[in-house]
Design a protein around this ligand. Structure first.
Ligand code: PLP
Length: 382
């Protein structure tokens, strides 16, 4: 098999057969001509079931994660919904981690609990706590997000997946923060990988999307059925944009990693204003050793805690100039976020509530000296 960077550029991107266009056209169509009733061309009929541009993206996603099946959705949460409804039925139980994306928590707590799913929140790094959370005959899924959003906790994918399998549950990994360039959960024993491709895979803050990649044919059929029957698919244009962006993923991630490590190192020296820095590339990070083992780099996301508490955190967020105050992450431009009132507002009052003195940075690929200068001037304003 060719290397990651090569697959990112060439899988399902053969020049157009008819015209030789080096980039395949966007198939902006909802339906395909049949050469006789049920006599389909390459299996295409109605495009909720399949579209050539989406199919190309799905093949690329599978190739990057090293999985057999890739499915593309209109958002990360749509991808999660297809996995959850494909795998679980009312009455089932799920184990969640004590730090995760607020929207994923909201999906379980506000959509699936009324639908008859129950969940337990544990520290997935605490094996005794994890073991004790399984409900015999009912626990069907363990949900792992690593590095987690926003506290950058690292969970051991191989270890947690093995425990899940021992109890007959599937291990799902939200690989949004790491991307397949830095972490491939299927190789580590997980069953299903999900992504918000809105973030690093899309990489330019201009297209929403989600992905599911897995190896098991039976599970793939169930999730693909939800994709088809419910219909939260990527549009051809969204699929094309995402596929185009994937071609530079490796280049972008190398720079995100370099810039974020530099910022984390710098923040750790600012002990007058910064009381803690959460970045798995720091030796001081409790998950550093596991990250070294299961990741090929530490990514572009950092969270940190301010000595001055909530007021200082908000002041920092409102005084950056290069870092734009906005939700989302993973784009080429640097963003700053105040999780407690922005991305994780829905987690307030829940077991995964984010403290108010935390700031989250999505470190972009601008020049590092401009990035550091902006952080310095914003810290000076506190
Ligand atoms: C953004 C995000 C999601 C949700 O994806 P959408 O594309 O916004 O629906 C899920 N998981 C993580 C870790 C995220 O950051």
């Amino acid at each position: 098999m060719t290397k990651f960077e090569t697959r990112a550029i060439h899988v399902a991107q053969d020049p157009d057969g008819r015209t030789g266009g080096v980039i395949p056209p966007i198939h902006m169509t909802t339906t395909h001509k049949q050469d006789g009733v049920g006599n389909l061309r390459e299996g295409f009929e109605y495009n909720r079931a399949g579209n050539p541009t989406r199919q190309a993206l799905q093949e690329a996603l599978a190739a990057l994660e090293g999985g057999r099946f890739g499915l593309s959705f209109s958002s990360g949460l749509a991808a999660e919904d297809a996995v959850i409804r494909g795998v679980l039925v009312p009455g089932d139980h799920v184990i969640l981690a004590n730090d995760m994306y607020g929207g994923s928590y909201r999906l379980f707590a506000r959509v699936y609990v009324p639908w008859g799913i129950t969940f337990t929140i544990v520290d997935l790094n605490n094996e005794a706590e994890l073991e004790a959370a399984f409900v015999a005959g009912k626990t069907k899924m363990v949900w792992i997000e690593t590095p987690s959003n926003p506290m950058m906790t690292i969970f051991d994918i191989a270890k947690v997946s093995a425990v899940a399998h021992k109890h007959g549950a599937v291990a799902v990994v939200d690989n949004t923060f790491a991307t397949p360039y830095l972490q491939r959960p299927l190789e580590l024993g997980a069953d299903i990988v999900i992504h918000s491709t809105t973030k690093y895979l899309g990489g330019h803050s201009d297209v929403l999307g989600g992905a599911v990649v897995l190896n098991d044919g039976e599970l793939a059929k169930k999730i693909e059925f939800i994709q088809f029957a419910v219909g939260a698919v990527s549009s051809p244009f969204d699929a094309w944009l995402t596929h185009r962006s994937i071609k530079t993923l490796a280049l972008r991630m190398d720079r995100h990693c370099f810039n974020a490590q530099s910022v984390a190192n710098y923040l750790e020296t600012q002990t007058g204003t910064v009381s803690a820095v959460y970045y798995p590339g720091l030796e001081s990070h409790p998950g550093h050793d596991i990250a070294l083992k299961q990741m090929d780099g530490f990514g572009g996301m950092i969270s940190f805690k301010l000595v001055g508490g909530i007021a200082a955190a908000k002041k920092f967020c409102e005084n950056t100039r290069l870092f734009t105050l906005a939700e989302s992450l993973g784009g080429v431009e640097s963003l700053v976020n105040y999780p407690a009132e922005m991305t994780h507002a829905s987690a307030n009052g829940t077991p995964i509530e984010v403290p108010g003195d935390i700031v989250r940075l999505s470190v972009g690929v601008e020049h590092i000296s401009d990035i550091l200068a902006d952080i310095t001037q914003a810290l000076d304003k506190i």
